[in-house]
Design a protein around this ligand. Structure first.
Ligand SMILES: [Zn+2]
Ligand SMILES: [Zn+2]
Length: 102
């Protein structure tokens, strides 16, 4: 189950569980849309994988308690600002490869 982290790991901006600007890699490294796509070029600085938009967990109990009320989002901030010049080097070749081919 996703932790649904509360902020962008790079710039710290808030990413509420309902945010459509939250992007995650398969390990749930979490970034805002601007950081994920414009700054990181769809290359996770931690694993090299691509990002997808984070799904939104319902805030309403629509079925069997599978909602935020029973499975709340994480409130523990994860901040690990990216060294952008190191990332440019790391991502320069990786970004040319579609995530499903990495
Ligand atoms: Zn960000
Ligand atoms: Zn990652």
């Amino acid at each position: 189950m996703l932790e649904i982290r509360p902020n962008c790991e790079n710039c710290g901006t808030d990413l509420k569980p309902s945010s459509v600007n939250a992007f995650i890699c398969s390990f749930e490294c979490t970034f805002c849309k601007t950081c994920a796509l414009d700054i990181l070029h769809n290359v996770c600085p931690n694993c090299g994988g691509g990002f997808e938009r984070r799904p939104i967990r319902p805030s309403l109990n629509l079925k069997n308690g599978n909602y935020l009320g029973v499975h709340p989002a994480s409130e523990k901030p994860v901040i690990k600002a990216v060294d952008t010049s190191a990332h440019e080097t790391f991502a320069s070749e990786i970004r040319k490869i579609s995530p499903n081919m990495r």
